[in-house]
Design a protein around this ligand. Structure first.
Ligand SMILES: [Zn+2]
Length: 281
């Protein structure tokens, strides 16, 4: 049914479904904030989780969790060619884990969660917290708000796309107990992506995004804050969410389907993690 298909396709499925607060309250709380993080502007709704002490980084012992966004059951956004976001997330996350391991981060774990969207959020955070994760990277792919979707036909099926925006993006939460470390990694990763010729998605500051607007913390490399995201605010380690690119943009979807683009992103993650680790020695 087009109505249902449209709801599944939109940004709601990718990002907003990753919060546990009512959508309007949560997003409105961040939408009007200034672009620079200030402690006094933090939402007061939830206490921060108790931080795990930041360990020095020894590569073989540094417990990195690479979280595959969504589940096979609640698969996130649909691409312009009707492939699931979960599939893109799984492919990229596996590449990232392989690359991190080959760079010496031997205890890196791929985190695949099952079940419905909301229950899976707390599950994945629980697994990482219980295992005393040192770092949590959640891997996603982007879409657009439903109102921006256009119709087309792909292989005989009515489908949706939006070629208006493209690029990756990085999100951190000011409610994370290791906010500064989270921002540090996000900036390092943004820099590595930029050096590989990749650009970030600039639309999250635009009025057209309405309630999906987010403060841009680093306009050079594309780091946004999104305080209410469960995987960023309930994790006891530093945490970053990476949107690898837009799968609702028809050209970018094709690029993300080719191994080269995902390979570049995985290499960027590994190089950023090496520098992050160096700075914690
Ligand atoms: Zn997503």
């Amino acid at each position: 049914m087009p109505q249902v298909r449209s709801i599944i396709a939109g940004l709601v499925a990718c990002l907003v479904a990753l919060t546990l607060v009512p959508m309007d309250a949560g997003v409105a709380a961040t939408a009007k904030k200034p672009a620079v993080a200030k402690p006094k502007s933090k939402p007061k709704s939830k206490p921060k989780p108790a931080p795990l002490p930041a360990q020095k980084c020894e590569k073989p012992k540094f417990r990195i969790f690479v979280d595959v966004g969504h589940t096979s059951e609640s698969f996130g956004a649909l691409s312009a060619r009707n492939d699931t976001e979960f599939g893109f997330n799984l492919r990229l996350a596996k590449l990232i884990v392989g690359r991190l391991k080959s760079e010496g981060f031997g205890t890196t774990r791929l985190l695949v969660t099952e079940g419905k969207a909301r229950s899976s959020l707390l599950k994945r955070v629980g697994v990482a917290n219980n295992a005393k994760a040192d770092f949590f990277l959640s891997v996603h792919h982007d879409s657009v708000p439903d109102k921006l979707l256009e119709e087309w036909e792909f292989e005989g099926a009515k489908s949706h796309f939006s070629d208006r925006f493209s690029g990756h993006s990085l999100f951190v939460s000011r409610q994370n107990p290791h906010f500064a470390s989270s921002v540090l990694f996000a900036r390092l990763l943004g820099k590595e992506m930029k050096e590989r010729g990749l650009h970030y998605a600039t639309q999250y500051t635009m009025p057209i995004m309405g309630r999906y607007r987010h403060p841009l913390l680093d306009k050079d490399v594309g780091v946004y804050s999104y305080d209410q995201l469960v995987v960023l605010s309930r994790t006891r380690s530093a945490a970053v969410l990476l949107e690898g690119g837009s799968i609702i943009n028809r050209d970018e979807e094709m690029a993300l389907n080719a191994p080269e683009r995902h390979g570049l992103i995985a290499a960027a993650v590994a190089d950023a993690m090496k520098e992050f680790c160096e700075r914690r020695r």
